[in-house]
Design a protein around this ligand. Structure first.
Ligand code: FAD
Length: 321
């Protein structure tokens, strides 16, 4: 049976995030020929809504309000619940992003429905859709089927291929007026710690350094290579704990989960807690001095050597391409 599916679009600093397009592709599969309605919240998002309409949504609904300029779970919650009340979807898809992880349990509990979070793949479509998600820090995968109520899922970025952008398509864009009231939190200013470079959770290429980089300066060769490859720089907790970099770069069980096309691990031993955040990357390259390092067990390509020799060589070679 075909379904009406609602998708939350996400924008950051005036640009739509890729996960919005991936969520629409997931919604298409779940809808099985039904209607896909994308929702965009913010203070001024009309132009982005038109852009979003080129990625496969049948309709886009915007809710604009000064209190939606910055994300708060109260503000976004009120806006989204109003859209859900109007549209009465049979399924809802969010990205498994910081925003999605914060907002989805709140909405699910308000609607009194279950939540299938961190979905990495979907088998089948419509009523037969089965959601696949990692458990036990990525050591196993479970298949979940929703038997009743609204199907509510969050999808892990970089796992479900988005549909191709269709420049000629213009989805029907409408707006809903929602009175956002009684906010318990108002964000007055956002102070960014590090805004340089590519967003780690959506990057196609990640270069991560571990305790083997030995110092803050030790990250410089990795940053050089990242610049050449258009990659994001990440780190193990070992490197963060040693104060070589900020915790916002940490990848793993208690850090960010990434699934890029290419993951380069330099000077990282491959502790189970680190693997939990990167072992689903499509291609893993490990550089480590120790041929017995655990990281080589998950690597597609392993280089036994000193990262301070290997990384500059890679940078020079990639520059030639
Ligand atoms: P090390 O284990 O010290 O490894 C350094 C590696 O660098 C070694 O293999 C060494 O051979 C190599 N090396 C040294 N010099 C060079 C060189 N010049 N060239 C090449 N290789 C070199 N860890 C995470 O990463 N993410 C998490 O989210 C996380 N969560 C955790 C949660 C809990 C509850 C616990 C208990 C631990 C967690 N950890 C996490 C920590 C984890 O167990 C490891 O301690 C950590 O991942 C080790 O970091 P590392 O690989 O950088 O350091």
């Amino acid at each position: 049976m075909s379904k009406k599916v609602l998708v939350l679009g996400e924008a950051r600093e005036g640009a739509l995030r890729n996960v919005s397009f991936e969520a629409i592709a997931a919604a298409k599969q779940i809808s099985s020929g039904g209607e896909v309605v994308s929702v965009l919240l913010g203070d001024s998002v009309k132009e982005l809504a038109v852009e979003l309409g080129k990625y496969g949504a049948d309709r886009v609904i915007t809710v604009e309000h000064p209190h939606l300029k910055q994300y708060t779970s109260d503000g976004y919650g009120q806006a989204l619940l109003a859209v859900i009340d109007q549209e009465k979807p049979e399924a809802i898809v969010f990205g498994h992003t910081a925003l999605g992880k914060d907002l989805s349990p709140k909405i699910a509990s308000k609607l009194q429905v279950g939540l299938v979070s961190d979905v990495t793949a979907i088998e089948g479509e419509g009523d037969a859709a089965v959601y696949i998600r990692p458990i036990y820090s990525g050591k196993a995968f479970e298949k979940v089927k929703v038997k009743d109520g609204i199907e509510f899922i969050t999808i892990r970025p970089n796992n479900i291929a988005p549909l191709t952008k269709d420049e000629s398509k213009s989805a029907d864009v409408s707006s809903l007026t929602v009175d956002i009231t009684n906010l318990r939190t108002i964000i007055k200013e956002v102070v960014r710690k590090s805004s340089e470079g590519v967003d780690l959770s959506e990057a196609k290429v990640v270069i991560a350094g571990g305790r083997g980089v030995k110092s803050e300066e030790g990250f410089e060769p990795l940053k050089e290579l990242a610049k050449v490859l258009g990659a994001a720089v990440g780190a193990s907790r070992g490197a963060c704990d040693a104060d070589y970099c900020d915790y916002s770069l940490q990848i793993g069980q208690t850090g960010k989960v990434v699934t890029p096309d290419l993951y380069i691990a330099a000077g990282i031993s491959g502790a189970i807690q680190h693997l939990a955040g990167m072992s689903n990357s499509k291609i893993i390259v490990a550089i480590n001095k120790d041929p017995e390092a655990n990281i080589f067990k998950v690597a597609d390509y392993g280089i036994v050597g000193d990262l301070f020799e290997v990384i500059p060589m890679l940078t020079e070679e990639f520059k030639k391409l």
